[in-house]
Ligand binder design. Sequence first.
Ligand SMILES: [Zn+2]
Ligand SMILES: [Zn+2]
Length: 337
Amino acid sequence: MRSTHTHSAVLAHARGPIAIESIYLGEPGPGEVLLRMEACGICHSDLFVAGLEKLPLAPLTLGHEGVGRVESVGAQVTDWAVGDRAGITFLGPTCGSCEWCTTGRQRFCPKQLNFGYTLHGALGEYAIAPVSALVRVPESLDAEAAAPLCCAGWTACGALREAGLENGQSVALFGLGGLGHLALQLAKARGMRIAAVDVAEDKLHMAREWGADVVAHGETAGRTLQKEFGGVDAAIVLTPSAAAIHQAFRALKRTGTLVLVGLAMSQYELPLVDTVLKGITVRGSYLGSRQDLAEVFRLAEAGFLRPHTQSYALAEAPRLLERLRAGELMGRAVITW
Ligand SMILES: [Zn+2]
Ligand SMILES: [Zn+2]
């Protein structure tokens, strides 16, 4: 078995700088494999982790939407072989026995570990990962396109399902970045009427090209969507902005559903009168089920889901995270090797 050094994007300490570091990885332990990464997307949750007051693990390798190939296997690994293609998501190993693990909702396990947070992540040439948390990635997909499906695509699919929409119903998507543009494609594939909302004009322009029925500027979206749709059946907030939640709430029709996805350390005050008298449902959505992830890969293989990606070298990762924070990235930035 070989021991490995890697270059990875490392967060030095809580709220510390992110830099490319040379790291000694060692060998995969029991139940683990060494992956040679092919691609890893840059996600807003990397910024969320980087902004936390405390970190469970530091220095920390970031990254949680990676695709790689098994380079070597540790002891007790029987179902993964050298050359197999694996995906790393945000969801690491879970306990396997709690009420959420035993009902297919492992993402709510209170003992879950997370890549790029409590475990080292995928934003490096090599990564060591426990096989219990790896997902199979279809060979037919290009690694650069498959990587964003492991977080952005999966999360978008889960959120649309949580919105509980049927064919022909209307959905407003707030935030047209990595998640939003994939949510738009998924909503399109399901025959929904789509309103796309953002504060950036270039993203609204792209949303129209990607098939949104209506586009609305974030600051006035509530009013616009009441006028255009008579309110929407569901509004999904994919961006970490309390102002977006306010507009999303205003965009809902009676008995509509507000789905919160974007992570931020802010508070939102729920308007009680409207929530009660209009029968509004407010729910959070985190990642998705295993079936959601399988569906995302299936739709991508069938050509319904095409992540808009731009490929970069690892050295660019720190700068890309800054550009992501500034809302400057279109689609998904993906590091490829
Ligand atoms: Zn993510
Ligand atoms: Zn559990």
